[in-house]
Design a protein around this ligand. Structure first.
Ligand code: ADP
Length: 258
């Protein structure tokens, strides 16, 4: 909060509304700083997997030259994983751009939620082999939603659960019927957790928690914003329950059809 702003006084000399003005300005500055950080981070984040793809391809070519197929096979798995990482990142950027332009469209259909959870988990396995990822969901549950977009919601929540929890931690993706017409879907982890103050900011564009122990974890601060926006188009809300040092559970409700 900027303290250089002088108090606004009314005709009687009483101080009026100083904190509101100070807050507005600091929010604007913060947003600007986050935007600048965002551009440099995007460049960095895309460059890292690209460099790795480039180096792996060159090593693969050397392996093939020496007829070493095993090296080629291992490197190609790495290349695929890096490409998947970039694809998911770019999907977030595209969604962000469409949300900003008000052009994001939903294509609603009925589908089985368990099948989608299984797909998302197997797609995300490459991010970490060291977390225990479990699914708790009955195969009979169907929802009315945009399958791809809910897939992106779940990918973002699962990627975060992996990023913000220690290796060996358990992550659960689940679904649970809470009434005839609605299904609760959740992603829980045993990670670093989020303070009450940060929980209020979490779904804002470009917001990232500033804690020393998180300084090395890269990200853009748009994942949860996109989650919240996509769910908004489903008449749904993302919510979080979390305790610092213990873990977090993100959840939302979709229309259920059995
Ligand atoms: P990013 O992960 O790219 O920073 P997100 O919008 O996905 O952006 O998340 C915003 C912030 O919320 C993160 O920077 C992180 O501090 C916090 N966060 C998100 N998910 C979790 C989680 N499962 N556990 C702890 N903190 C989380």
């Amino acid at each position: 909060v900027s303290l250089t702003i002088s108090p606004i006084k009314n005709a009687n000399g009483e101080i009026m509304g100083i904190s509101k003005i100070a807050r507005d300005i600091s929010e604007k500055k913060q947003e600007e700083r986050r935007k600048n950080d965002f551009v440099s981070m995007v460049s960095h984040e895309l460059k890292t997997p690209l460099t790795s793809i480039l180096l792996s391809s060159q090593a693969m070519q050397r392996g093939f030259k020496n007829n070493n197929l095993e090296i080629g096979r291992n490197l190609s798995v790495g290349i695929e994983n890096q490409a998947k990482r970039m694809t998911s990142m770019i999907q977030d950027f595209l969604n962000l751009a469409k949300i900003e332009e008000g052009k994001i469209r939903m294509h609603f259909e009925y589908f089985q939620i368990l099948g989608l959870l299984q797909e998302i988990v197997s797609e995300a396995r490459y991010i970490s082999e060291k977390h225990i990822i479990k699914i708790q969901c009955n195969s009979s549950h169907e929802v009315l939603a945009d399958r791809d977009k809910i897939g992106q919601v779940l990918t973002n929540l699962l990627t975060n659960a992996i990023k913000y929890s220690p290796e060996g931690g358990t992550i659960v993706l689940g679904c649970e019927k809470i009434s005839n017409a609605s299904l609760r879907i959740f992603v829980s982890d045993e990670g670093v957790g989020i303070s009450n103050a940060d929980q209020k900011e979490l779904f804002k564009r470009f917001f990232r928690v500033e804690r020393k122990e998180l300084a090395n974890i890269s990200g853009f601060g748009i994942g949860l914003y996109i989650v919240a926006e996509i769910l908004h188009y489903h008449n749904s809300i993302i919510s979080v329950e979390s305790e610092e040092g213990k873990g977090s559970t993100f959840q939302f409700v979709l229309e259920n059809k059995d």
